[in-house]
Unconditional design. Structure first.
Length: 69
């Protein structure tokens, strides 16, 4: 399966050629500044939508709109 970065979320989320969305393994800083590891996973869409977050901001996207970007 081929995964491509989602525009505006490079290094955070990827979209597959069949329409699946996954988060990417990454290090995230805690409030005290120490980083911890977050394992990526395939997201489960709800009503054809996924919730993507970056820099403490969350946005809900229709998967169809992510495919057409």
């Amino acid at each position: 399966m081929i995964w491509n970065d989602i525009q505006g979320y490079k290094g955070y989320y990827q979209l597959s050629e069949c329409g699946s969305v996954r988060s990417i393994d990454r290090m995230v800083p805690k409030k005290d500044g120490n980083p911890y590891f977050v394992k990526g996973k395939v997201l489960s869409p709800i009503n054809g939508m996924v919730l993507l977050s970056k820099d403490n901001m969350q946005h809900r996207f229709k998967i169809y709109n992510l495919i057409t970007i």
